[in-house]
Write a protein that binds this ligand. Structure first.
Ligand SMILES: Cc1cc2nc3c(=O)[nH]c(=O)nc-3n(C[C@H](O)[C@H](O)[C@H](O)COP(=O)(O)OP(=O)(O)OC[C@H]3O[C@@H](n4cnc5c(N)ncnc54)[C@H](O)[C@@H]3O)c2cc1C
Ligand code: FES
Length: 272
């Protein structure tokens, strides 16, 4: 059993939870994730480790309440216990030794982009962050991202905060003005697709973190298969990070909507 030690609402839909999980905290690295089951009948929810404290044995997750299980998780309070947390899962991000990097987060993807920016910053890289949101009300982790970057750009689709437009507008401008050796992009699938198309033009290495439907998280079920460079990969064991220039984003988008009817049914039955 894993105790919830801290809970913070980052916006109306997004929650940060700090959880006591000493064995995971000891081993986890940037880019890895855990699978949570709220109780023994619960669905498995893959969530990236947003931050960790090896000394105090805690890990933090940041999640958006999008369906039945994430809404149930958001309804838990400090002092409640989560039945199972398995991890760390997946491969840690392979950063190489970049001197100048751009880290891009879209919406709740900023929670996954944060540990990446932090790791690069701690390695001594010059980090520029671009964080994009639909509007001002859902901006999250701005202060945290500023602390691990030398420049931070916030964009909103409607212009209610930061620059009006998409993260790709700022990205293309930056790539036109200067040279970078790595771009990391994490967010909605269309965002990662268009970031990858933009960086391909400039020949900049691009890492994306994929979020296909996962079940076991250990490479056994094949649920998380993605097409990368014409080869089938399992995101849970081969990823979740992949070369953005090789990912077939269109097939990923299609597969991720495969259970829409069941997901809506689960919400209705669960009273959400
Ligand atoms: C490696 C990985 C890391 C992730 N990290 C985060 C994170 O840090 N924060 C965050 O908010 N979300 C993250 N997600 C997405 C998160 O797992 C889903 O939002 C969650 O499982 C939705 O469950 P639900 O029952 O609430 O919603 P549902 O109504 O069941 O589903 C809503 C949508 O969530 C996705 N989803 C549903 N079930 C799964 C599943 N088993 N595996 C993956 N996606 C699913 C689908 O796109 C679906 O359409 C991550 C996903 C993966 C694969
Ligand atoms: S989740 Fe089953 S193989 Fe990846």
């Amino acid at each position: 059993m894993f105790e919830i030690l801290e809970k913070r609402q980052l916006n109306a839909q997004v929650t940060l939870m700090k959880i006591a999980a000493p064995f995971i905290a000891k081993k986890v690295k940037a880019g890895q994730f855990v699978i949570i089951r709220i109780d023994e009948k619960g669905e498995r929810i893959p969530l990236t480790v947003e931050d960790f404290d090896r000394e105090n044995g805690t890990v933090s997750i940041v999640f958006q309440a999008v369906g039945y299980s994430t809404r149930r998780l958001a309804a838990l309070s400090v002092g409640d216990f989560i039945s199972d947390i398995v991890g760390p899962l997946g491969q840690p991000t392979e950063f190489g030794t970049p001197k100048k990097a751009i880290v891009i987060g879209g919406g709740v993807g900023c929670a996954i982009a944060y540990p990446q920016a932090k790791a690069l910053y701690n390695m001594g890289a010059q980090v520029t962050v671009i964080a994009g949101f639909r509007n001002k009300d859902i901006v999250i982790l701005e202060e945290e991202l500023k602390k691990v970057s030398s420049k931070t750009f916030i964009t909103t689709d409607d212009g209610s905060y930061g620059e009006k437009g998409f993260v790709t507008d700022v990205l293309k401008r930056l790539l036109g003005e200067d040279t970078y050796d790595l771009v990391i992009a994490i967010g909605p699938i269309p965002m990662m697709k268009f970031v990858s198309l933009a960086t391909k033009e400039f020949g900049v290495k691009t890492i994306v973190s994929l979020n296909p439907i996962m079940i076991d998280g250990t490479g056994m079920c094949g649920g998380c298969r993605v097409s990368v460079g014409g080869e089938t990969k399992f995101a849970c064991v081969d990823g979740p990070d992949f070369d953005g220039h090789l990912v077939d984003f269109d097939s990923l988008m299609l597969r991720n909507t495969g259970y829409k009817a069941e997901e809506e049914h689960a919400c209705k039955m669960g009273g959400f």
